[in-house]
Design a protein around this ligand. Structure first.
Ligand code: FAD
Length: 385
């Protein structure tokens, strides 16, 4: 009896398996993941795990016996290479295949790679997996290092905060004129710029990288677009992710920038669903499909997909939200701020406790709250209403 195969044993894939069992699904559930670890939390990778405050074992989402107790056949170190939709099969890297009745694609994304000259040198790191961060921590050991972070997004900035705390010399390069340019308005990016500078991070805005300089195959500097060279022992690229969608795209599934799914998380093949970082979903909170990269989104879509498979009522999509921790600052964002035409500040950035509300045509669509958890909950509710 072929049941459901879930490809990707991350936050979303695991939650699909859990929600299927909670929804009374009795057929086989196989959870395939190409990492060697059992499913784990990614957010601490650029926070407590990098800081050495949590171990890899403490990131594990469920204990090993959970899987057998729930009848979830977890297989790690297993990569799906392709699928044969007409036969209802996935083909694995070891040459074997597995049959599915329903396939849930929960393959997330991989860190986008730098493609500049020198990008093959030792000393270039990424932050997506436990193994990435373990390798980075090894490279950081043994005294102060000069670290250049490429990309001033949340992951780059969280990493900068942790590395400053560990006593490293940190420079952040951002090609745009603002940090977090894709996701926030200038008052928030200016606030983080000032905080990081006060902590001793060198923030270089409007600064593009043209290459990495290496000696004997090891990075010793980064070359900027204007030919300036910054000395560096370690370069970390935090320039976003590429969704892992190639096997589906090759099998004819509609995948513009993520697997296009409907409100039930179903793709253009009714047997194939997609959830999490790789899914392009029609959020009711914006007028175009979005691919969101957050744990709450992964959890919610997983529950929707499981309900679709079980034939039970799906939870209605809640307000998208996200968090980021840097130094003593806890940012919580609710809603999607695309297309805002007015912003309003509440509180005082100088007190490290304030919020920015985003409006479109007079309607509250989004809010970024810093150290204001109660206000965040309230604004999230207002956005929903
Ligand atoms: C450093 C870092 C910090 C973050 N911080 C936050 C935060 O503070 N708040 C927040 O909300 N979100 C945060 N996120 C984002 C959040 O972790 C992701 O949105 C979430 O993990 C997505 O889960 P997912 O299951 O969709 O994808 P993933 O976690 O990427 O899991 C997909 C899994 O599928 C595997 N896979 C891919 N292709 C195949 C294949 N062909 N065969 C088998 N397996 C495959 C991948 O290796 C991976 O293990 C952070 C992410 C990172 C990397």
């Amino acid at each position: 009896m072929s049941g459901t195969i879930i490809v990707g044993a991350g936050q979303a894939g695991l939650q699909v398996a859990v929600a299927l069992r909670q929804g009374g699904y009795r057929k086989p559930v196989i959870l395939l993941g190409d990492e060697r670890h059992t499913p784990y939390e990614r957010p601490p990778l650029s926070k407590e795990f990098l800081a050495g405050k949590r171990t890899a074992a403490q990131l594990t989402l469920r204990k090993p016996d959970f899987y057998s107790s729930q009848g979830i056949d977890l297989r790690t170190g297993v990569r799906v290479l392709s699928l044969d939709r007409s036969a209802g099969r996935v083909h694995l890297a070891d040459g074997s295949h597995l049959a599915y009745e329903r396939l849930v694609w929960a393959a997330g994304g991989r860190a986008r790679r730098l493609s500049c000259p020198g990008a093959d040198a030792a000393g270039l790191h990424y932050i997506r997996t436990i193994d990435d961060v373990a390798a980075l921590s090894d490279a950081l050991a043994g005294g102060m290092k000069r670290v250049v972070l490429v990309g001033g997004g949340y992951i780059g900035l969280e990493t900068a905060a942790v590395l400053r705390g560990l006593g490293h010399d940190v420079t952040v390069l951002e090609a745009q004129d603002h940090l977090l340019a894709r996701v926030t308005a200038p008052p928030i990016s200016d606030f983080y710029r000032d905080i990081h500078r006060a902590e001793g991070v060198s923030i270089r805005l409007g600064t593009a990288l043209s290459g990495l300089r290496a000696v004997a195959g090891r990075i010793n500097g980064v070359v900027l677009a204007d030919s300036e060279v910054l000395a560096a022992d370690i370069v970390i690229a935090g320039i976003g992710i590429t969704p892992n969608i190639e096997p589906l795209a090759e099998a004819g599934i509609d995948c513009p920038n993520g697997v296009r799914v409907d409100a039930t998380c179903t793709s253009n093949d009714p047997a194939i669903l997609a959830v999490g970082d790789c899914a392009l979903f029609p959020s009711p909170y914006t007028d175009r499909p979005v691919r969101l990269e957050s744990v709450p989104n992964a959890m919610e879509q997983a529950r929707i997909a499981a309900a679709t498979i079980c034939g039970t009522p799906a939870p209605s999509p809640s307000v998208p939200w996200f968090w980021s921790n840097q130094y003593d600052l806890r940012l919580q964002s609710a809603g999607l701020n695309m297309g805002w035409d007015q912003i309003e500040m509440i509180g005082n950035p100088a007190e490290r406790k304030f919020a920015l509300r985003y409006f479109r045509e007079g309607r509250l669509i989004s809010a970024d709250c810093i150290n204001m958890p109660a206000e965040f909950a309230q604004m999230k509710k207002q956005i929903r209403e």
